[in-house]
Design a protein around this ligand. Structure first.
Ligand code: ADP
Ligand code: MG
Length: 392
């Protein structure tokens, strides 16, 4: 496999102070963790380090505090939840750098965990400021990056620290890169890729890169509107990105036979959960109406393709699934992906949420913890947080 970076297994961590970049950017609600998927995903790496008798110093960002402390974006509730999940005491430092962190690190016993406060409370984090990166690295001897979800950002905690400490991949990082790397390098066929979600412009890079590899590329959701518009259909009030129409048209010219677009759609007269709605063919969208979901005929066609696939990669919902009446297309597809005997990979925050909402998590082979990172990787880009790790 293409994974050519050193991992945890390649280094001796015994009695070493290890800084671990985790992705604890989790949704909070009323001061508590609302979804602990990403915390759970880091546990194999943490357990391994505890087992190998390291000192564990964890860092992460949470939300967008824009370089200053924002109490609502504190990682303290995450420390609590991690403690519950691991059944151990998790210390919490009220800053990510500075003398107090140093003292707390020195006070750690073997196998103990310290979680540092949100790295984005400092402006140096997103600026990848070398001084901030050096301060983050200061109390540690080794760096483990397990935050696949932020690997596409050259930030201090994902890229900068790797210049100050021996840096290797954690198990989650390794798993994500191995699975997604396999999709690009030696996919099983038939390989069916499904893209949806809001914007075509976010995903043009992925579309072209996947078209080199996939047998069929299904396009649904809001991004299909731009492609349908490029085909000449009148999309009325639908979300269409006029600046992406030309790229969409070019892609369609080059790969017409591989691309599957909706033939019928659910349209609404307003963008609300209780809007009037109807099913129409894509060539009959009346003015004043907008596409909110794929139609039933399209849904059946998509499900049929997924059924026979050996490899399925899905990113982006088929419609405005947050509104129940426009969630059918996404739900049916989620069921088909879950039931398919093919290997299934789902990436993207909203797609993963749709899978969870349908209770299908266990039936998907790999749900990526990275939205933007998985898209950039599948688009063929180098992820700075990965590039900074030690080569094997
Ligand atoms: P992911 O997080 O899985 O990568 P995106 O963030 O790209 O997915 O897109 C998810 C969003 O796309 C959802 O909020 C959904 O409501 C929206 N969406 C899907 N279909 C449409 C549509 N036809 N019109 C407008 N928005 C849509
Ligand atoms: Mg999203």
């Amino acid at each position: 496999m293409s994974f050519d970076k050193k991992t945890l297994r390649d280094i001796d961590v015994k009695e070493r102070r290890v800084l671990i970049r985790v992705d604890f950017n989790v949704p909070l609600m009323d001061g508590d963790v609302a979804d602990d998927t990403r915390i759970v995903a880091s546990i194999p790496t943490l357990n391994y380090l505890i087992d190998k008798k390291a000192f564990l110093i964890l860092c992460s960002h949470l939300g967008r505090p824009k370089g200053k402390p924002v109490p609502e974006l504190s990682l303290e509730p995450v420390a609590r939840r991690l403690g519950e999940l691991m059944n151990t005491r998790v210390g919490f430092a009220k800053d990510s750098i500075g003398p107090e962190v140093k003292d707390m690190v020195e006070g750690l016993s073997i196998g103990e965990i310290l979680l540092l406060e949100n790295t984005r409370f400092h402006p140096g984090e997103t600026k990848n400021d070398p001084d901030f990166a050096a301060s983050l690295a200061a109390p540690a001897e080794l760096f483990v990056n397990d935050a696949f979800g932020t690997a596409h950002r050259a930030h201090a905690s994902s890229e900068g620290v790797a210049h100050y400490l021996l840096a290797v991949a954690g198990f989650l990082m390794e798993k994500e890169l191995t699975v997604l790397g396999g999709v690009l390098e030696n996919p099983d066929h038939p390989f069916v890729a499904i893209l949806g979600g809001a914007k075509a412009s976010d995903k043009i890079g992925v579309v072209t890169n996947l078209l080199q590899r996939a047998d069929k590329l299904i396009i649904g959701g809001g991004m299909a509107n731009t492609f349908l518009s490029a085909k000449g259909y009148a999309m009325a009030e639908s979300l269409v990105e006029s600046e992406a129409i030309e790229s969409a048209a070019e892609i369609l010219r080059a790969y017409d036979s591989q691309i599957i677009l909706p033939t019928d759609v659910v349209i609404a007269d307003d963008f609300t959960p209780d809007a009037s709605h109807q099913i129409v063919s894509v060539d009959s969208i009346p003015s004043g109406w907008r596409v909110m979901d794929i139609g039933p005929e399209t849904g059946r066609k998509f499900v049929e393709l997924v059924k026979d696939a050996k490899l399925i990669v899905w990113n982006g919902p088929m419609g405005v699934f947050e509104f129940d009446i426009f969630a059918e297309g996404t739900k049916n597809l989620a069921n088909a992906v879950a039931e398919s005997a093919g290997y299934s990979v789902v990436g993207g925050g909203d797609s993963a949420a749709a899978i969870r909402k349908s209770g299908l998590t266990d039936q998907i082979d790999h749900i990526s913890t990275g939205g933007g990172a998985s898209l950039e990787f599948l688009a063929g880009k180098t992820l700075p947080g990965v590039a900074a790790l030690e080569n094997r």
